[in-house]
Design a protein around this ligand. Structure first.
Ligand SMILES: Nc1ncnc2c1ncn2[C@@H]1O[C@H](COP(=O)(O)OP(=O)(O)OP(=O)(O)O)[C@@H](O)[C@H]1O
Ligand SMILES: [Mg+2]
Length: 330
């Protein structure tokens, strides 16, 4: 039996706009096992980043709040913790890497100083020891001339190097869970491959778990053990990487996999999904994917399907697999 590091259960997150609450995450449930890389995929706007921000409780400056559900991490329900309790977890037991490193690095602070902050705070190391620790982490993430880079500013580095610095910062206190939100999207393909390699290596060395958020199914195929597919703020399918690619069950997953170009395939022959993700303030009744679904049946426009467990522990939320379908049709 796999041990779970994170269990998200029926998570609901909403924003307030013009005094109206708009629910974005609708009962999102999934788990991550210890030492596993879980992929979270879905089109832009489906709620991937919001899921990670909800786990980290990073809503500062927005009206975002958790309206329901549980986030169990390391034996505690994070939704019940105070901000100061969360601060002890963030950066220590759980760390995050964002897509664009410049938004997370302080441009007017030397790299070394920025990296020393969490090390001082969470590991309690003093100046000399903290510096030694930081230099060793910089070396570990493949930064050349770490002693010199220590005294440089973020703008003096290339995009790939900055992303390595972000990884170093995230890894500096040896977290049990790393959340990586599109960590390589802004990088060119060769650098992207190096960063992914580095993350994979560190994951194995540290026996860490990773939640890898990406819209790139190639990255998922290469990196992940299992995948959660989200659509319009809901989990529609969960399966091992192999099974998802080999035999996707949900029509949305089939569409996502069908939209990946294969060598020699003409662009107009791509089996892409027509239409757009619905507006969160105007969600369709029934299955949220029904208006775009090639396999939709009348019931799909009337009632939401529930998540059904299928063979090999996979989950799918679609009327084609929902056992209650027969009853509802009479
Ligand atoms: N601060 C905010 N205020 C109001 N709505 C927000 C806010 N942040 C996100 N949303 C809404 O939440 C939904 C999910 O956004 P999220 O950023 O999680 O999508 P995503 O899946 O990460 O997309 P992408 O692939 O483009 O990064 C979107 O409809 C977005 O408009
Ligand atoms: Mg995002």
């Amino acid at each position: 039996m796999n041990e779970k590091i994170l269990q998200v259960e029926k998570l609901q997150t909403e924003f307030t706009k013009d005094k109206q609450k708009i629910k974005i995450l609708h009962d999102v449930s999934f788990h991550i096992n210890k030492g596993e890389i879980l992929g979270l995929v879905g089109e832009s706007g489906c709620g991937k980043s919001l899921t990670s921000l909800s786990i980290m409780r990073l809503f500062k400056g927005t009206s975002g709040e958790i309206a329901g559900g549980r986030i169990e991490f390391d034996g505690e329900d994070l939704t019940t913790l105070t901000e100061s309790q969360m601060r002890k977890i963030r950066g220590k037991k759980m760390a995050m890497i964002f897509q664009e490193p410049m938004t997370s690095l302080n441009p007017v602070m030397r790299i070394g100083e920025q990296l020393m902050e969490p090390v001082r705070l969470h590991l309690g190391l003093k100046d000399k020891q903290a510096k030694k620790h930081v230099i060793s982490i910089l070396t570990k993430v493949g930064i050349p001339r770490p002693e010199e880079i220590f005294n440089e500013y973020p703008h003096q580095l290339s995009g790939g190097m900055r992303q390595r610095i972000m990884i170093a910062m995230a890894m500096s206190c040896h977290p049990n869970l790393l959340i990586a939100d599109e960590p390589t999207t802004a990088l060119d393909v060769t650098i992207q491959a190096q960063i992914l390699d580095l993350m994979q290596q560190l994951q194995q060395q540290e026996d860490m778990s990773i939640l890898l958020i990406t819209h790139d199914l190639g990255v998922v195929a290469e990196m992940c053990d299992r995948v959660v597919v989200m659509y319009a703020g809901k989990v529609v399918e969960e399966a091992s990487v192999y099974e998802l690619f080999e035999n996707p069950k949900h029509p949305y997953s089939k569409g996502l996999i069908g939209s990946v170009p294969k060598i020699g395939q003409k662009k107009d022959k791509l089996d892409s999904i027509k239409g757009n993700v619905p507006d969160p303030s105007n969600m369709p009744i029934g299955c949220k994917f029904a208006p775009r679904c090639k396999e939709a049946m009348p019931i799909c426009f009337e009632k939401e399907p529930t998540s059904t467990r299928l063979e090999n522990n996979r989950l799918c939320s679609c009327w084609h697999y929902d056992k209650g379908r027969g009853k509802l049709h009479v």
